[in-house]
Design a protein around this ligand. Structure first.
Ligand SMILES: Cc1ncc(COP(=O)(O)O)c(C=O)c1O
Length: 387
């Protein structure tokens, strides 16, 4: 196993995690090791208490009214599949955007083929933003769902989701938000978003381990979603049909207990730090990065004219190197981790005109990055760009 000196790939998964996350997982694995919701021993009760606390912390973070509206999943993709496959029916129309991750696009393409669902993708501009007006214009009488990202994993664009949510609510269309790139980085309030469903990764900004995700389902919407999986829940075992109660309706099979225990510790850590403080730290680092990048003539960055409309994700292309070459130079000579390629967002890269250069190099800052690390990354870029 190797650790890189400077990790700027937090949009893929955050690293490192807070110390308390490692400690909580280690403690669970060595001292508890029980499955969640199956048993009434002291160890099982202790574990259940942690899982309940994690759910409550997640609900608080999203401003959900009840913790039962939060479902544990295995990643953001799992949450998105639960929404899209669970909700859409034959002949439904969906509005989404070109900015979306393949975790939205691929389920939608599959549903086009298998269920005759029709999909409209609104265009984005050359900084990766879609416009709320275009989403409204794409709606048809048969539109059942609008599914949009909260922020781009390529350009960091924070999308106008609140305006879309308000419109969706007025029109009685359900609204799903992919918050993979904002949960833990920006304040999130499901009521302000007017969201029926919110999909989050537990392992990115929320600082939990890989293999964790969250799905928020607004009260009473659960009955409109068919669960992707059916099976044992540790509850209502006398029934041979899936319980309707939340969250069991969507949580079949054994939980990722080490993951949830780690996520609980991470959410506790984030609570203490405060999302506003996380945002200020990441914003300052992003501004430092963007100012430095703009001073290197061979680099082009997407968006970031107004930092308050962006997360800590910055997509860059070089006139001198392909994206793979630049990321390899940074990693090979300077031990700096970035991410080259299409970032699972092919339509975004097509719109940005970056397919030929094999995509872009993505820098993504996190709460554990420092100003010195950003300066070191800029210095490395200056060196490789000087030839
Ligand atoms: C915008 C967006 N949506 C969805 C996902 C999928 O997240 P996960 O890897 O947790 O399934 C990602 C991951 O990079 C993402 O950036």
């Amino acid at each position: 196993m190797s650790t890189s000196a400077i990790y700027l790939d937090n949009a893929a998964t955050s690293f490192p995690k807070p110390e308390c996350v490692y400690a909580a997982i280690d403690r669970y694995q060595r001292k508890n090791g029980r499955p969640v919701g199956r048993g009434s021993t002291d160890a099982a009760i202790e574990l259940q208490r942690i899982v309940d606390r994690c759910r409550l912390r997640a609900a608080d973070l999203l401003a959900a009214t009840a913790k039962e509206q939060v479902v544990f999943t295995f990643n953001c993709t799992d949450s998105l599949n639960t929404i899209l496959h669970g909700f859409l029916r034959e002949g439904d129309h969906v509005v989404s955007s070109e900015a979306e991750h393949n975790s939205v696009l691929r389920p939608l393409r599959q549903l086009e083929r298998t269920r005759g669902v029709s999909v409209s993708l609104v265009e984005i501009d050359d900084a990766g933003f879609f416009r709320a007006e275009d989403v409204v214009a794409a709606v048809r009488p048969e539109t059942k769902l609008i599914v949009l990202q909260h922020a781009s994993n390529v350009t960091g664009a924070i999308q106008p989701v609140e305006a879309v949510g308000e419109f969706a609510r007025q029109r009685g269309i359900l609204f799903a938000v992919d918050a993979a790139q904002t949960a833990g980085h920006l304040p999130l309030d499901v009521r302000k978003l007017n969201a029926d469903f919110v999909a989050c990764a537990g392992h990115k900004g929320l600082l939990g381990p890989l293999g964790t995700g969250l799905l928020y389902i607004a009260p009473a919407r659960e009955s409109e979603l068919t669960p992707l999986r059916q099976g044992g829940t540790g509850s209502r075992s006398e029934l041979d049909t899936q319980p309707d109660t939340m969250p069991d309706r969507f949580e079949s099979g054994n939980h990722n207990a080490p993951g949830i225990v780690g996520l609980d510790a991470a959410l506790g850590w984030l609570n203490e730090r405060g999302i506003d403080a996380v945002r200020s730290h990441e914003l300052a680092l992003t501004e430092q990065l963007v100012v430095g990048l703009r001073e290197i003539p061979s680099l082009r960055i997407f968006g970031h004219e107004d930092s308050t409309r962006h997360t800590g994700v910055v997509g860059v292309v070089s006139e001198l190197y392909s994206s793979d070459e630049l990321a390899s130079l940074l990693s090979g000579h300077f031990q700096i981790d970035t991410r080259a390629g299409l970032h699972c967002a092919p339509l975004m890269h097509r719109r940005l005109g970056t397919i030929e250069q094999q995509g872009a190099v993505r820098f993504s800052v996190g709460i554990h990055n420092t100003t010195d690390e950003i300066e070191a990354a800029l210095d490395a870029l200056r060196q490789v760009s000087a030839g």
